[in-house]
Design a protein around this ligand. Structure first.
Ligand code: ADP
Ligand code: MG
Length: 322
């Protein structure tokens, strides 16, 4: 039932950026330490991810495109408690329902790899191939079989911006992985494995070397680490604002306000702080009633988290003034 597949796919794959996110996360789950993202036309005609992770056996490769085929866990009660990014086995099935996909993959101990071509959920071709250990996934012509969705995509500038946003979030959460990103033949990023500070500098520019102030606070409820930018570097534009909970990028306006609140009196009128904050928190304290592909999350005890974050950022700001 390709219609049902296409509808389900729409939930996971809204635009090229959502497919890119899923592919990058699969490579991370596969233990890759070098991941290359290649796109054309803001992902509309091509999105390719190449990794040096574990690769897949022939059976795994075929299974990967089945809905609810995940090798990761059986039931996910709480996505913030699990270590792998994926867990529902929907991403590849969804992407393959609405695009032309080619997979090449090989495990370390196998002589030959396997190539699989899937189009609109149908396996078109399968053969053995020579390839390196790891996985290459090529996604061509997203929404080729749903013209209405294809026409609904925004301009290349807008779609590329979304992809860069996803790429930056993933790259910040995994500074120990080497990421490369090529768009229309131009290298947009080449980020060798590094620590978080160096990763920020490599993504956003060497001017960040002087801007960053470390945040490091541990309470019984949560641990907060990362960096804020010194107030004199705050911007009129929204700036770089990144929050991660248990290493997943999240968006939460209340916590954003906690950071802004700590900067109060230090910023000039109408400017915004930049920050890269990582929160480690007991997953039981995160509202589990959330869609895994969404980035908005809620906390059980938002008020105390607000206070802890504000205090941590104030400490960081105070320390750097001494
Ligand atoms: P999930 O990540 O939720 O398990 P996906 O649809 O994203 O589901 O992937 C399905 C399965 O395909 C994964 O569980 C994994 O076994 C396999 N897989 C996907 N991408 C890769 C990759 N880059 N390297 C190795 N295995 C992969
Ligand atoms: Mg996945």
């Amino acid at each position: 039932d390709s219609v049902a597949n296409q509808i389900a796919a729409g939930e996971v794959v809204q635009r090229p950026a959502s497919a890119v996110k899923e592919l990058l996360e699969n490579s991370i789950d596969a233990g890759a330490d070098h991941i290359t993202l290649i796109i054309k036309d803001a992902g509309k005609t091509l999105m390719q991810v190449i990794d040096n992770g574990t690769g897949m056996s022939e059976t795994d490769a075929r299974m990967a495109f089945e809905r609810h085929a995940t090798s990761k866990i059986q039931k996910a009660e709480d996505i913030f408690a699990i270590h792998t990014k994926g867990f529902r086995g929907e991403a590849l099935a969804s992407i393959a329902a609405v695009a032309q996909v080619e997979l090449k993959t090989k495990k370390e101990d196998e002589e030959l790899g396997v190539m699989l071509r899937v189009e609109g959920s149908k396996v078109m071709e399968q053969e053995y191939c020579n390839t390196k250990r790891g996985t290459q996934l090529e996604v061509k012509n997203l929404f080729f079989n749903i013209p209405a969705r294809r026409n609904f995509l925004k301009s290349n500038n807008v779609e590329l911006r979304h992809i860069i946003d996803e790429f930056e979030r993933v790259a910040l959460a995994h500074p120990d992985i080497h990421f490369s990103f090529v768009n229309n033949g131009n290298e947009l990023f080449d980020l060798p494995a590094a620590g978080l500070r160096q990763r920020i500098v490599n993504i956003f520019g060497s001017k960040f070397n002087e801007k960053l102030v470390p945040v490091d606070e541990e309470t019984p409820i949560l641990k907060l680490t990362g960096f804020i930018c010194k107030p004199e570097f705050s911007k009129k534009t929204r700036g770089e604002q990144f929050f991660f909970a248990n290493n997943r990028y999240i968006r939460n306006n209340y916590l954003h306000r906690a950071v802004c609140n700590a900067f109060e009196g230090l910023l000039t009128e109408g400017s915004h702080p930049s920050y890269f904050l990582f929160m480690d928190i007991d997953p039981a304290k995160i509202d589990v009633n959330i869609h895994p592909t969404k980035t908005e999350i809620k906390f059980e005890d938002e008020r105390s988290i607000f206070t802890i974050i504000r205090t941590a950022v104030k400490h960081a700001l105070g320390q750097y003034n001494i």
